[in-house]
Design a protein around this ligand. Structure first.
Ligand code: F0G
Length: 452
């Protein structure tokens, strides 16, 4: 069977259950005993550190690779390969992912009530979302294991990313997406990259249910974020961020929450960085959900995070329209150990925040904008102090959902919805396209009135 081939040096890295702690076979996604999720741990680090190097050596090694032209060094994920499960460099499928910028957002900082605000823009990855950092790792291991097919259920970004990496690696890919509930640009990506793309008449959670059965019956490798190799790749974002900040952790990191793998990955990275001596304290990691897709917020508020309360998810931030998140326990652990929090934001708050990030010349997709909307609430509550340093994780590029942006500026985002009357508040930020005769004076008049 193909999956026998996923082998790592088990003295260095192992797959372990997050619930009962049992070691699992490398091709599994859930514990055979308690059905909890698995994570990759690195017992080999305890003795001598990753690849026998200490934090200072690793910092230098990674910085040095930035001037290399080796494809693995050009990748912002594989540049950090010492903290990833082992794979020969030549076997890696890379599209030069990672290496994403950190931007300062001075106007958003003012609007949120903090002195300084930074955004780590994961939308600047090759397929336009943070998914590429995890996909390069998981797709590489899928190919190494001899799989010919990979598959995912998705709200659009995972599928775009998986289809691209499968194409680059010579693998076939199967995408299950909820019909009519993802943006056209994301759908178009998976078509363009050659995936077999199925729109199922259900939501994301329904797509996951179908796919979980398919992968049990067919030799297809699951690339949803329950795949622990994806989490490892997504971890590198935090290493890269800390490198960009001179290895000084910010006080707060704010992450959007959907299936809750990204917050888990960033938290795992911080835990490992502390363990390895890169940092001496953890930043507080807070997760923001849309009000209509808030299972984690509800679970923490209503039962202290004892058990997940799945919800029927509804939000225009379609990337995070998820009611039954797989990685909720991992995310909860991260929030608790980092002393972060959770918050939810309304559709109007998301739209305003997205426009504010766009107006800084940066832009992002709606799901990413929940971070700024959430930050405003956390500042008002006093959880984030004005002088504290904050990094928002922007997860997707503005062009991922141009439809949302156009509707916003034309003023019809909420037309015909119960929020129509409330949406008056957006008027100040809307810049509808103007249609004019091809007349110089008309354009000059317009310019004058805009100046005045
Ligand atoms: N932001 C964007 C742009 C996303 O696409 C997603 C998830 C998230 C945030 C949430 O991240 O799931 O790790 O908590 N998108 C998935 C997908 C589910 O299928 O593309 P998470």
């Amino acid at each position: 069977m193909a999956n026998e081939a996923i082998k790592a040096d088990t003295s260095v890295s192992q797959l372990r259950c997050i619930g009962c702690g049992r070691v699992a076979l490398p091709d599994r996604f859930r514990c055979e005993h308690c059905r909890d999720l698995l994570e990759i741990v690195f017992p080999g680090w305890a003795e001598q550190g990753p690849a026998g190097l200490n934090a200072e050596d690793l910092k230098q090694l990674w910085a040095g690779r930035q001037s290399s032209f080796d494809p693995a060094d050009r990748s912002g994920v594989w540049r950090f390969r010492e903290i990833l499960p082992e794979i020969t460099k030549q076997k890696v499928i890379t599209i030069k992912e990672g290496n994403t910028p950190v931007y300062e957002l001075p106007r958003c900082a003012r609007s949120a009530g903090v002195e300084e605000l930074f955004a780590k823009h994961q939308g600047m990855n090759p397929t336009g979302s943070f998914k590429d950092t995890g996909m390069t790792v998981a797709a590489s291991f899928a190919r190494l294991a001899g799989y010919r097919w990979v598959a995912c259920a998705s709200t659009g970004n995972t599928s775009a990313s998986m289809a691209a990496y499968a194409a680059r690696g010579g693998l076939h890919s199967l995408v299950l997406i909820p019909e009519g509930k993802i943006s056209w640009s994301k759908l178009s990506q998976s078509l363009d990259y050659g995936a077999i793309t199925c729109q199922l008449k259900t939501d994301f959670d329904g797509c996951v249910r179908v796919l979980n059965e398919v992968v049990q019956r067919m030799p297809v490798y699951l690339l949803n974020s329950v795949n622990p190799y994806r989490v490892e790749g997504q971890k590198t974002v935090a290493f890269e961020l800390l490198e960009q900040l001179g290895w000084e952790p910010p006080e707060h990191i704010i992450v959007p929450g959907g299936n809750l793998a990204n917050s888990s990955a960033i938290g795992k990275a911080m835990r490992e960085m502390k363990q390895l001596g890169f940092i001496s304290r953890l930043p507080k990691i807070s997760v923001i959900q849309a009000e209509g897709a808030n299972p984690l917020v509800r679970s923490i508020r209503e039962n202290g995070g004892e058990k997940l309360i799945p919800v029927h998810a509804e939000t225009m931030a379609t990337a995070i329209r998820i009611g039954n998140p797989a990685s909720w326990k991992k995310a909860l652990r991260v929030i608790r150990e980092s002393e972060g929090t959770v918050e939810q934001v309304s559709e109007i708050e998301i739209a305003i925040a997205k426009a504010e990030i766009g107006a800084e010349g940066i832009g992002c997709e709606p799901a990413s904008a929940v971070t700024l909307a959430g930050l405003k609430k956390l500042v008002t509550q006093g959880f984030v102090k004005p002088h504290e340093s904050v990094v928002l994780i922007l997860t997707g590029h503005a062009l991922k959902d141009a439809d949302f942006t156009l509707k916003f500026h034309r003023g019809d985002l909420f037309a015909g919805t119960p929020l129509e009357s409330e949406s008056e508040i957006l008027k100040g930020q809307q810049r509808a396209p103007l249609v004019l005769e091809p007349n110089v004076d008309a354009v000059i008049d317009l310019l004058r009135s805009a100046e005045g």
